[in-house]
Design a protein around this ligand. Structure first.
Ligand code: FAD
Length: 311
C-alpha cells in the first residue's frame, strides 16, 4: 500500500508525486497514459523559464524527474472505481480496469480533461496543423491570419475576443440560433471590427491542402445550403470534459460540469483526498497552472498525513 497514490500522470500528477516523494512518503502514480495531454501537444511556448519545448519532450523530462525519486510509476493503468476510506486516516481503494486494487491513505486525483471534438472529416487529420483547441497556447501562431472559432458559449466568445486582438480576422460560428455567452462578452465581441458572427451554422468539414488547414465547409442550418470559407485556422471551443466519469456516485463532490470541487489547499470534500489540474474546478486549464496545483495538492496531502495517524 501507498501513503500517497496519484491517479493521473499529466503535469499535475507528476508535480504532486515529486512533492510527496520529497517529503519521504511512499508514493505511487497510476496513469492511463503518462504525460496526458502533453502527448497530444506540439509546440509549448508559455511555460515560464522554457522558451520553447514540445509535449513529448516535456513528458520525458517529467518522467526523468519522477524517476529521480522512489516513486512507483504504474503506466497504462486506468482507474475505474474509487472506494473512499470509511474512517479519517484509513485506506482509500482505487480499483483499476484490470481488476487490481491500489490502496493509499491519501489520494491525489489528477485525471485531467479532454477537449470535445467536432467529429467532422478533417478535424483529426489537421489537428496541430491548423486545428487548435487552446487559444492561450496557439493563438500567436495565427498572427495576422484568418481563423474560425467554433462555439458561441463563454469559452468560444472569450476565445474569439482574445484571438481578434492577434489574428487578422475571426469568424465565430454558433450551431444554435443565438450565442449562449454572457451578454457583456457578446457586446465586447460585436464591438470588434475584424469579427463576423454566424449563428445557426454547422461546420461539416475542415478542409486542407494535405499539410495545413485552408478552409472549412459551413452549412446554413436554416436552408441547408453549404459554402466554403477560406481560412488558416480553426479553434474548436465546444467544451472541455473532465475525466471524472469514474468518480460519480462516490460521495466526492463534483461541479455541474463534472469537475472535482477543491478548496484553496487542493482538498476535496473527502478527508485525505486531494485533486489538481484540469479535472478540478480551478480556472484556466494550462500546464503551468496544473503543475502549481499539483504541488499544492502534494503539500495538502503532506499536511493531512502528518496530522492523521493510520486509522
Ligand atoms: P492531463 O494532461 O489531461 O493528464 C491527465 C492524466 O490522467 C493522464 O496521464 C491521463 O492518462 C490520466 N488519466 C485520465 N483518466 C484516468 C483514469 N481513469 N485512470 C488513470 N489515469 C487517468 N497548455 C499550456 O500551458 N500550453 C500549451 O501550449 C498547451 N497546448 C495544448 C495543446 C493541446 C493540443 C492540448 C490538448 C492541450 C494543451 N494545453 C497547453 C493544455 C495542457 O496540456 C493541460 O492544461 C495540462 O496537460 C493539464 O494537466 P493535467 O495533469 O491536469 O491533465
Amino acid at each position: 500500500p501507498f501513503e500517497v497514490l496519484v491517479v493521473g500522470g499529466g503535469p499535475a500528477g507528476a508535480a504532486a508525486a515529486v512533492y510527496t516523494a520529497r517529503k519521504g512518503f511512499r508514493t505511487g502514480i497510476a496513469a492511463e497514459r503518462f504525460g496526458g495531454q502533453l502527448m497530444d501537444t506540439l509546440g509549448i511556448e508559455n511555460l515560464p523559464g522554457t522558451t520553447y519545448t514540445e509535449g513529448p519532450k516535456l513528458t520525458d523530462s517529467l518522467k526523468a524527474h519522477v524517476g529521480e525519486y522512489d516513486i512507483d510509476l504504474i503506466d497504462l493503468a486506468r482507474a475505474v472505481e474509487l472506494k473512499p476510506a470509511k474512517d479519517v486516516g484509513g485506506y482509500h481503494e482505487v480499483v483499476m480496469a484490470n481488476g487490481a486494487s491500489l490502496m493509499a491513505r491519501s489520494l491525489i486525483l489528477s485525471t485531467g480533461a479532454r477537449w470535445r471534438n467536432l467529429g467532422v472529416p478533417g478535424e483529426a487529420e489537421y489537428r496541430n496543423k491548423g486545428v487548435a483547441y487552446c487559444p492561450h497556447c496557439d493563438g500567436p501562431l495565427f498572427k495576422g491570419k484568418r481563423i474560425a472559432v467554433i462555439g458561441g458559449g463563454n469559452s468560444g466568445v472569450e476565445a474569439a475576443i482574445d484571438l481578434a486582438g492577434i489574428v487578422g480576422h475571426v469568424t465565430l460560428i454558433e450551431f444554435d440560433t443565438k450565442l449562449r455567452a454572457d451578454e457583456v462578452l457578446q457586446r465586447k465581441l460585436r464591438s470588434m471590427p475584424n469579427v463576423e458572427i454566424i449563428t445557426n451554422g454547422q461546420t461539416t468539414e475542415v478542409l486542407g491542402d494535405g499539410s495545413r488547414v485552408n478552409g472549412l465547409v459551413l452549412k446554413n442550418r436554416a436552408n441547408g445550403e453549404e459554402r466554403r470559407i477560406a481560412l488558416e485556422g480553426v479553434f474548436v471551443q465546444i467544451g472541455l470534459v473532465p475525466n471524472t466519469e469514474w468518480l460519480r456516485e462516490t460521495g466526492l463532490e463534483l461541479s455541474k460540469f463534472g469537475e472535482i470541487v477543491i478548496d484553496d489547499h487542493g482538498a476535496t470534500n473527502l478527508p485525505g483526498i486531494y485533486a489538481a489540474g484540469d479535472c478540478t474546478t480551478v480556472p484556466h486549464k494550462q500546464i503551468v497552472v496544473a503543475m502549481g496545483e499539483g504541488a499544492k495538492a502534494g503539500l495538502g496531502a503532506f499536511d493531512f498525513l502528518i496530522r492523521n495517524e493510520p486509522a
